[in-house]
Design a protein around this ligand. Structure first.
Ligand code: XMP
Length: 333
């Protein structure tokens, strides 16, 4: 009988040896499931979809078609890095779709957080479906579902409400019927990382911090504009660079910049300079249900402030968010 619960006998994957055994087993299972048919995968570049991609490339090579949708809300160089790793280094069959204009045009003027999330989630499915319809002979859809996702859907089926509508590729239109391939569905996140490293993915990718599906869209607060989104992307890249340099990147679970739709008065080159504030958020958590604030040394904060205010067009202040979860959620929207 097919069950969605992790078998009680399944050993926790804690080292490379166990990971290799898991990989061998899944390679066989995937080959047996899909035969010589094609499999489609939405490859965001996040840990789960990247590990599925690497596993399926090993199992079925070019029968896997990865579609990377750039919704225009990615972090700096993120799509470029996905293409470099999967297309150039792993020789994946990768379709790159730059859908920036589609997303940003739909989001123009929309300030309500849930409406933004719904627009991004729905459009993502539409862009992905448009690509799927262009391909012939695809019978399977691979997904980076992991065990906590399964547990979450069981909870939701029992009627417990989620705080925010999360973004995934479920719910494709009726005309696209695929059989699912979910090789990670019984793994916890730490196991996915061990498997990813055993598959040869770079450490930095496998241990990267979580990034929400709606991307920078939920950090460019209120109605998104291209100039504020660009300022956010640049400020976020500086924060990540400085966290890498001082070692905080290894210690902090999630850290990012949010930029609200507020301008304050500043002064630059002896003239009035109106700009947005960049808000730093750096949190630690075990399961994302609660979170505490990571202390950042003042010297690091000064350096980040100095760089952001000098290097990023449109930002004239830097603020630090000290709010734990609860009461704040990790993301601002
Ligand atoms: P919150 O803001 O609810 O976030 O405290 C908890 C964790 O979930 C991430 N997050 C998302 N992840 N799709 C995702 O895959 C989403 O739509 C989404 N929204 C929030 C958030 O970054 C944090 O790690």
């Amino acid at each position: 009988m097919q069950t969605n619960l992790r078998p009680e006998t399944m050993e926790r994957i804690t080292n490379a040896e166990l990971a290799k055994a898991f990989i061998d087993e899944q390679v066989e299972a995937v080959r047996a499931q899909v035969g010589d048919k094609k499999v489609l995968l939405a490859l965001s570049g996040g840990v789960d979809s990247s590990v599925v991609a690497a596993l399926l490339i090993k199992a079925i090579g070019k029968q896997l078609i990865c579609v990377h949708v750039n919704h225009g809300l990615m972090r700096k160089n993120e799509s470029e890095n996905v293409i470099k790793l999967f297309k150039d280094e792993l020789d994946a069959n990768l379709v790159y779709v730059d859908a920036t204009d589609r997303f940003l045009n739909l989001l123009a003027g929309v300030a309500d957080p849930e409406s933004k999330r719904k627009i991004i989630g729905k459009e993502f499915i539409e862009v992905f479906a448009d690509e799927a319809r262009k391909l012939e002979g695809v019978e399977f859809l691979a997904q980076g579902t992991i065990y906590p996702d399964i547990l979450e859907s069981i909870k939701q089926a029992e009627g417990k409400q989620a705080v925010k509508s999360h973004h995934n590729v479920g719910g494709l239109p009726e005309d696209l019927k695929f059989e699912l391939v979910e090789p990670l569905k019984f793994l916890y996140k730490d196991e996915v990382r061990v498997v990813g490293e055993a598959l040869g993915l770079p450490h930095a990718m496998v241990y990267r911090q979580p990034f929400p599906g709606p991307g920078l869209g939920v950090r460019c607060l209120g109605a998104i504009t291209r100039d504020r989104l660009e300022a956010l992307r640049e400020a976020d890249a500086i924060l990540r660079d400085e966290f890498d340099k001082c070692g905080l990147a290894e210690k902090v679970w999630q850290y990012f910049i949010a930029v609200p739709d507020i301008k304050s008065v500043g002064v630059k080159n002896e003239s009035r300079y109106e700009g947005w504030p960049a808000i730093i958020r750096a949190v630690n958590t075990k399961d994302a249900m609660t979170a505490t604030i990571e202390e950042i040394p003042y010297a690091v904060l000064h350096k980040i402030t100095d760089r952001i205010t000098h290097e990023v067009e449109g930002i004239n202040r830097v603020l630090l968010d000290l709010t734990p979860k609860p009461i704040g959620t990790i993301e601002w929207e």
